[in-house]
Design a protein around this ligand. Sequence first.
Ligand code: BDR
Ligand code: CA
Length: 315
Amino acid sequence: MPMSRKIIIDTDPGQDDAVAILLALASPEEIDVLGIVAVAGNVGLHHNANNALKIVELAGRPDIPVYAGCARPMRRHLVTAEHVHGDTGLNGPDLPAPKTALQTRHGVDYIIDTLMTAEPKTVTLCTLGPLTNIGMALVKQPEIADRIAEIIMMGGAYFEVGNITPAAEFNIYVDPEAADVVLRCGAPITMMPLDVTHQIQSTPDRLAAIRAIGNRTGTAVYEMLTFSEGFDLRKYGWAGAPLHDPTVIAYLLRPDLFDGRLCNVTIETASELTVGMTVADYWHVTGKAKTVQYMRSGNAEGFYALLTERLARLP
Ligand code: BDR
Ligand code: CA
């Protein structure tokens, strides 16, 4: 049996972040979650970190260490998304207050220490929120760049353009300077942008299948996504709301469900109008180095079959 892939999940949970974490924890044969680091994003750091603890307990995995990282972006005021995720960031299910506590080490130091002590290129960073923690880790200890196996991020958009501004996707928009540091770091990067996640729609029948699993995790995921999709259904008028962050974990499990190409991606950090835009040179018109595996499409049927099957393995 091949060894499971070691990952650190950097996240701002967030209902869709929660589903991504649950999908990873339901897949121990393929994925070894070393730790979870919270970052400010969907809501403030305090709620995001607390939510991460609730999620590992929901999955019956209180042994997974959870760290708090950065409370604000590198240079900018924090922009949050309570209008999508609710005031706690995880509105929907009534999850018990966590029994476990956060680790005392800062999340950025945890990322650095883990990468510096593990065999080079054995730890993958899965990022589901703004890139502040990873950017700060790269600033504090640049040597980690050569030791990262891969960064798989939910972030960006090109063909679907923006969801927080007409030009920018939320995770990149919140901390574009951090995203710029990460995209220039030289580690292999795979990006799961809105171009993919807008195809992975949580339609009523897909959500019903998750509820029908009948375990507590399936019920909680149903309640989470029913809450968070309300805003997007009104916004887009589609049959189902996009599901973003779990595509990162699904890509680790089933890369064949996704399609894209290697290209150059640059972050706009200066323009007031388009700040946070991920300018993807999909057609290689600039001749710049192709640095990012930029995914453009995903197989929604295959994705939801995988998600439903894996969630059934949890309590
Ligand atoms: C991203 O923004 C957040 O609201 C979601 O959790 C996801 O990570 C989508 O733009
Ligand atoms: Ca997120």
